[in-house]
Design a protein around this ligand. Structure first.
Ligand code: PEP
Ligand code: MN
Length: 362
């Protein structure tokens, strides 16, 4: 519920409400406006008597949150959530570009593609060390060895890393290495896993189930938020429809819908939607135009040799071109795709200014 305070309500009146609802285990989010303060309250509604709250001093009115998801709803928190990962801001006016291979395949391969992605304009490096494959006989990922290579690539480039975690028991280990935890489409309703990442101290990218409705997706986000982890970003990665030319159907409408219903950032994964690299560019441009807060893209130096998802992986040159196009569209809709700013001196090899110069020159 939302408790709207009277313009003349004092800080003590606001605190009395907070104390009352937190005492019965609810959580609060206070928004101090120019004229009025509003308190968002979430938790088990059975423990609060709305009429009693309405009668407390300084309260103007109490409005129940109509959606089943509470903390994820815009009613609860009208302002956009902004997530800080190192010096990258997700959910503000700048768009974020995450890129890298589907799977971490080896140390040299990862370092090479990490540098290529960064030079092309990526801010965050993606790569799976634990892979949710449709066949148990397919490559399942390098596991912790892959996480170590990702950490090394972060050291070398300064780019934060995002990688998938598939089971609750592995959340502590993956969190030791990763800057962002990815929940894959197949695990959107794995509540034990959502609880575990909710208790972690890492931002989470929650992919939409290929069969999930927006409401189910936001309810899954609610699980993570309910443990106090507010750094949740949603990821539209295509849903299953009748079409077979693409791997999934990119639901571009999910972007404005989610933006309307929720304050959480939304990232477009057009690689897993398209399934074919030829369509990734157009879908990504559409996502930026529709208001996505960024994209996560699969990039591989030799897509035909990739251990997984090569068919949908962009070559670094094509990816670089796409980032330029994303920037042009972002600027047209009042946003930006900032030039690389994650670069740290990697063994003295790459200085941010040199990188900026390379990108600007290209
Ligand atoms: C991936 O990111 O490589 C992946 C397996 O994604 P999804 O869960 O969307 O299929
Ligand atoms: Mn993949």
């Amino acid at each position: 519920m939302i408790v709207v305070m009277k313009p003349e309500a004092t800080e003590e009146h606001v605190q009395a409400i907070i104390d009352r609802v937190e005492h019965v285990g609810c959580k609060t989010h206070v928004i101090v406006g120019a004229d009025q303060t509003v308190i968002g309250v979430i938790g088990d509604g059975r423990s609060i008597d709305i009429r009693q709250i309405g009668r407390m001093t300084g309260v103007e009115n109490v409005v129940p949150i109509s959606k089943p998801y509470k903390g994820a709803s815009r009613q609860f928190k009208p302002s956009d959530t902004i997530i800080q990962v190192g010096n990258i801001t997700i959910g503000g006016s700048d768009l974020v570009v995450m890129a890298g291979p589907c799977s971490v395949e080896g140390r040299t391969e990862l370092l090479e593609i990490a540098h290529a992605c960064q030079e092309a304009g990526a801010h965050i490096l993606r790569g799976g060390a634990y892979k949710p494959r449709s066949s148990p006989y397919s490559f399942q990922g390098l596991g912790e060895e892959g996480l170590k290579y990702l950490a090394e690539a972060r050291e070398a480039t300064g780019m934060p890393i995002i990688t998938e975690v598939m089971e609750p028991a592995l959340v502590p280990l993956v969190s030791e290495y990763a800057d962002i935890l990815q929940i894959g489409t197949r695990n959107m309703q794995n509540y034990a896993l959502l609880n575990a990442v909710g208790k972690s101290n890492r931002p989470v990218l929650l992919k939409r189930s290929f069969s999930g409705t927006t409401e189910e997706w936001l309810m899954s986000a609610e699980y993570i938020l309910s443990h106090g982890n507010n750094d949740v970003m949603l990821c539209e990665r295509g849903i299953r429809a009748n079409e077979t030319e693409t791997r999934n159907t990119f639901d571009v409408s999910a972007i404005p819908v989610v933006k309307h219903l929720s304050h959480l950032p939304i990232i477009a994964d057009t690689s897993h939607a398209a399934g074919k690299w030829e369509y990734v560019g157009a879908l990504t441009r559409a996502a930026v135009a529709a208001g996505a807060d960024g994209a996560i893209l699969e990039v591989h130096q030799q897509p035909d040799q990739a251990w997984s998802d090569g068919r949908q992986s962009l070559k670094p040159e094509r990816f670089a071109q796409l980032v330029t196009e994303m920037r042009a569209i972002a600027l047209a809709v009042g946003r930006d795709v900032p030039l690389v700013k994650t670069a740290v001196p990697a063994n003295g090899q790459t200085q941010p200014q040199e990188l900026l110069a390379t990108i600007t020159a290209n």
